[in-house]
Design a protein around this ligand. Structure first.
Ligand code: AMP
Length: 354
């Protein structure tokens, strides 16, 4: 009897691609990573690798013809690349979701249109727009974010009362931004959902996230979120997944306000740093579920087996490795990066609780 072995193409070669490739290998699925950088984390764990630009149609065509199905591991892949590849092979999640998550204005518009609440927001294309919004809101304080290419706190500024609006706007170096009301949140949570080709969904429980310098530092499962809000968060994730006809994994980041409301901050059309704990603490991790969903396998049960805490190793945190190596119940994951730079995610550690 012959056993079919699928080839999954992944655009992007970072740690998310690496951990997806490792999950795929466990399922007997081969990966082909496509990335413009030669020595990327995923290239070290995949049998097939293409190093080319996302605009190189010849390389993209060759890549698409060598795989059964395509996915991507980060959201800044040009939408045109996804549309081009879709004409050759199925690509999941599709370009609709990618387009929404690439632009903060579209994202907030979409979330509000399906009844998911966000911080108050307004578009800004000039200094005058910001002044007009402040006038309307009766406030002089906001977080102003570029609409595109923002991550880990990049492309955003906290404009405080008394700051010069022109300087804040100039510092963003953009022609389009979103002004957001500052949420005095109690804490931040995120929730990850996987949806397969049959529309079956698996929702991981919400986790609490702690950030350092705008970058995720620690994730805690379980989160302190009351049961009623955990149910609400799962409902929000389901609503989003259905609305975009998700195939694969999606993450939703939420603020928990001091008066007990959930406000969506952003969505990621991919596996997420706050879901890394699922590798060691759940039977089916976010990476396995992503691979399952995009390759046509049924989504797996997301229930955790044990409480866990995930610590990111960012930049010099890698020096703590010796201590983590001696820590009982610590599962160490390094991404194969040979240079530790400030803000660079070098790996993570999941500590399983008793
Ligand atoms: P983002 O790039 O939108 O994920 O924002 C990075 C981090 O900045 C979030 O995880 C929050 O800690 C903080 N932040 C972003 N937007 C707001 C907001 N409207 N109010 C308060 N804090 C925010």
């Amino acid at each position: 009897m012959k056993v079919e072995s699928k080839v999954l193409g992944i655009l992007g070669g970072g740690q998310l691609g690496r951990m997806s490739a490792m999950a795929a290998a466990r399922l007997g699925i081969t990966t082909h990573i496509y990335c413009p950088e030669e020595a990327c984390p995923a290239s070290l764990v995949t049998p097939y690798f293409t190093c080319a630009e996302y605009t190189d149609k010849e390389a993209l065509t060759k890549f698409a013809n060598s795989v059964d199905v395509i996915s991507y591991e980060f959201e800044n892949i040009p939408v045109e690349t996804i549309e081009f590849l879709t004409s050759i092979k199925p690509v999941y999640p599709d370009s609709k979701l990618l387009e929404v998550s690439q632009n903060r204005l579209k994202e907030k518009d979409f979330l509000n249109s399906i009844g998911v609440l966000t911080a108050p927001w307004a578009p800004a294309r000039s200094v005058e727009d910001i002044a007009t919004t402040f006038g309307k809101w009766g406030l002089n304080e906001a977080i102003i974010k570029t609409t595109r290419f923002g991550y880990d706190g990049k492309g955003q500024i906290f404009h405080r009362d008394g700051d010069d609006i022109s300087s804040s706007w100039a510092s963003l170096n953009t022609d389009e931004a979103v002004i957001e009301g500052v949420i005095d949140f109690d804490y931040e949570v995120s929730i990850i959902i996987a949806r397969d080709l049959q529309g079956q969904m698996a929702v991981y429980p919400p986790v609490m996230n702690e950030h350092k310098n705008h970058i995720l530092d620690k994730t805690h499962y379980p989160s302190p979120l009351p049961e009623s809000l955990a149910i609400e968060a799962a409902e929000m994730a389901r609503k989003i997944a259905d609305a975009v006809d998700l195939v694969g994994v999606l993450a939703l980041e939420l603020f928990v306000t001091k008066d007990g409301k959930l406000l969506a901050n952003e969505i990621a059309p991919r596996t997420h740093n706050s879901g890394h704990w699922t590798i060691d603490a759940c039977a089916v991790s976010q990476f396995e579920n992503h691979v399952r969903c995009v390759t046509g396998l049924p989504v797996g049960a997301p229930e955790p087996i044990i409480a866990a805490e995930m610590h990111n190793l960012i930049g010099d945190d890698i020096q703590k490795l010796d201590d983590y190596l001696k820590t009982p119940r610590a599962h160490i994951h390094l991404y194969g990066k040979t240079e530790a730079r400030e803000g660079r995610k070098m790996g993570h550690v999941t500590i399983l609780k008793k």
